[in-house]
Write a protein that binds this ligand. Sequence first.
Ligand SMILES: CC(C)(COP(=O)(O)OP(=O)(O)OC[C@H]1O[C@@H](n2cnc3c(N)ncnc32)[C@H](O)[C@@H]1OP(=O)(O)O)[C@@H](O)C(=O)NCCC(=O)NCCS
Length: 477
Amino acid sequence: MANRATKIVAQLMGEDVDPSQLTVVPTAGKSSITVTDNRNGTSKEYEIKDGSVVAQQFWTDSKIRLYDPGYMNTVNCTSRICYIDGPKGILLYRGIPIEQLAMKSTFLEVSYLCIYGNLPSKKQLNYFSNRVMKHTYVHEDIKGMMKSFRYNSHPMGMLVSTVAAVSTLHPEANPALAGQNVYDDKRLRNKQMHRIIGSMPTMAAYAYRHRIGRPYVDPGDGLGYAENFLYMLDKLNQKDYKPHPTLVRAMDILFTLHADHELNCSTAAMRHLASSGVDVYTCVAGATGALYGPKHGGANEAVLRMLEEIGSVENIPDFVEGVKKKTRRLMGFGHRVYKNYDPRAKIIRGIAEDVFSVLGKEPLIEVAVALEAHALKDPYFKKRNLYPNVDFFSGLIYKAMGFPTDFFPVLFAIPRTVGWLSHWNEFLDDKENRIVRPRQKYLGETSHDYTELAARTEVPSDLQSYSTSESKRRGAI
Ligand SMILES: CC(C)(COP(=O)(O)OP(=O)(O)OC[C@H]1O[C@@H](n2cnc3c(N)ncnc32)[C@H](O)[C@@H]1OP(=O)(O)O)[C@@H](O)C(=O)NCCC(=O)NCCS
């Protein structure tokens, strides 16, 4: 314990502090640690509350900053929405295990739970569902705007831009225009949340149909949330078209599993943007942008590309060797928080069977199962606690359901919107919230004088960029 604590606070890196000069000892019987600064022999006791100490004190008392790239050990808010026990593989929304919610609840109930803190009564659920479903209709200008995207635009690119554009339609809900306290009005706040949850599937469906040149379909009548989404994706000429109930349920459970995951990269981005006071649509656009990355929401897309590249079971050993040599990465494995089997991955394996029973087996599932078994036995993965995460099997379900690979992150963004908004809502009510402004450790020059252009000697740099042949032709002299 002493070693661990010493290590943690040995990372308190001040500009001129040698970490070996700091020692930390847990104070016997107390909920505190005592830090001795060996530069001057002073000792200071710090209270440990909820497993953490207030970092600002180290600056105030000793002019020491905490160096933490990737926020590996930084707590930047308190939250009551989502709890993860990484080593044990436990995920709770508002205290309720994800397994129970996935099996017993609907995505809209779970959305209510995440935002408002409890499962809704029938009356509350009705009200909430009506509000959300009403907002599945989007402004006609949004349709017009989406039509102007290039035919092959990535759907996440379309979603990021479109959700940001929605802010321009609601100046009354924009702190920059309507006053910085505009979100103190909870009804106004709710309206934006209901609108965003309602309209994300519609914008996503339009992005999908845009790519394949089909006319956009208005939301259906009397349909559930996931059902309406599939309806808007797939309706053609059938008057009373309804998606298959097994697929609707699978989609609804997948939405539930993706609704929140505490301070993942995109939710941290959501809070980061919210802290500047920018409108909620821009916050969601920023969070969607963070989700687009292959290390986050793009991971299931990357898993599928990886499985396609491996192609068949006999190629697995070679691929895994490449991973161990670090020339490759086993996508869909490993997690910043889970150091055990991701509980969502277990549920998703079950849903895969349901989907395959309707649509037929996705052939790559065999490669995935064999790859998982191979990796779980290998000491490289065991030693690093690398287990399948939520993305390992979800891509296969999406593929079996006929979604194009680059649409996968969109299927993640729709439900995660609920998590983003829950955190946004919580952030706004948090008396301790501050604008997010980390510190850097400056390692650059501090003593350069300006040199006139004529007097400069060239310093080698990474300036060169690519030119197309066409550009070279145009520029040829
Ligand atoms: C999710 C992820 C970014 C977490 O990264 P992290 O917490 O920063 O973990 P690190 O990158 O420090 O990994 C620790 C060690 O495990 C290795 N590792 C982590 N994930 C790995 C993976 N998917 N394949 C191979 N090795 C992996 C690292 O190379 C590192 O090895 P080292 O100790 O020899 O240097 C990472 O596991 C990853 O890239 N996974 C694949 C992408 C993915 O599935 N993302 C979806 C997450 S839901």
